[in-house]
Ligand binder design. Structure first.
Ligand code: ADP
Ligand code: MG
Length: 313
């Protein structure tokens, strides 16, 4: 659906995108993730044909963005960074204006506009001036603008910046819903944003792609899916001999001793082995009482930081 091949972008002598390549299939919801200044907006502006790359190819819905920009652009709905600028229009007037710009068929226009207002939950504010509605609604108006013309692809640049938690949840829900009928790219510098909505994450920093993977796999890059934390009561002091009794166990480490004499251990298995069942069985057999057992929660946050820091070297 979208393909970037060796795309570079220079602003003067500054290299903002450095040999960026990736592919996004139809129906995917993809997160473009990176700190401020990473090149997210630049990438999005190039995909939408808003600015031109310095070199490399951008293919959108089968069209080369430089050679068939009109056709390519028709397939894209773009929600730029920030909120819509047309503060003195009403919500409905803005969407109407977008429909004129995108040359939506005159006979269908009214119906399409109402459809979009309903889809984005703007019924209650449709006749209000954009300047007078909340930030959350402004974001929706911007999203509504992107939906005009039934584009197959939605490009959303930091859609939740400046929203409060409730508004974030609402926009996220809306994006998820839109993801059912569109290919979506969302940029963000916040991880939790992306992990909850996206099936794939592209991590970018300083104009370079550092990773393309599922949120789950990115988490697993930090702590494999193979660490288990157990809190035990080990009256007979048998934990020290446990290593050879659990097949696939790589390390065992005492994390802390609690006041109630229980001890917390970290057990790490060979790559991608889930040891929980074995651990439980072996400890029971050894007369070690398990008070608590949990898997390590590596967060995407950690993965993100690690990948970005790794990329710096
Ligand atoms: P992000 O959206 O990830 O925060 P941008 O794509 O906006 O990052 O910017 C990437 C880099 O390119 C930044 O260092 C930014 O300062 C620089 N940059 C962006 N737009 C321009 C421009 N029009 N002229 C010069 N430098 C720019
Ligand atoms: Mg940006």
């Amino acid at each position: 659906m979208i393909e970037l091949k060796n795309v570079t972008k220079k602003y003067g002598s500054f290299l903002a995108l450095d040999d960026v390549s990736f592919k996004i299939e139809e129906g995917e919801i993809v997160g473009l993730l990176g700190p401020n200044g990473a090149g997210k907006s630049t990438t999005m502006n190039i995909i939408t044909g808003y600015i031109e790359q310095t070199s490399g190819d951008v293919i959108v819905a089968g069209y080369d963005m430089l050679k068939k920009s009109k056709k390519a652009k028709k397939e894209i709905g773009y929600m730029p960074e920030g909120v819509p600028l047309y503060l003195d229009l009403t919500v409905k007037e803005f969407i109407k204006y977008m429909a004129e710009l995108k040359q939506v068929n005159k006979r269908e226009r009214k119906e399409k506009i109402n459809e979009i207002i309903e889809k984005t939950g703007l019924e209650n504010v449709q006749n209000k001036l954009i300047r007078n509605i909340s930030r959350g609604y402004k974001q929706r108006v911007s999203l509504a603008g992107a939906l005009v013309g039934d584009p197959k692809i939605l490009i959303l640049d930091e859609p939740t910046v400046g929203l409060d938690p409730k508004q974030i949840t609402e926009i996220r829900k809306l994006i998820k819903k839109l993801g059912k009928n569109h290919t979506v790219i969302i940029s963000s510098h916040i991880l939790s944003e992306i992990s909850q909505v996206c099936s794939k994450v592209i991590i970018i920093n300083k104009g370079k792609i550092l990773a393309v993977d599922t949120p789950k796999n990115l988490e697993n890059r930090v702590v494999g899916n193979n660490r288990v934390y157990v809190t035990v009561e080990d009256k007979k002091d048998r934990m020290k001999d446990i290593k050879k009794k659990i097949k696939g166990l790589k390390t065992i480490e005492l994390i802390k001793e609690n006041e109630d004499k229980t001890k917390e251990y970290m057990l790490e298995g060979e790559k991608d082995v889930d040891l929980r069942k074995t651990i439980f069985e072996v400890l029971a057999k050894e007369d070690i009482t398990v008070f608590e057992m949990k898997k390590a929660d590596a967060t995407l946050e950690e993965a993100f930081i690690k990948i970005i820091e790794g990329g710096k070297k």
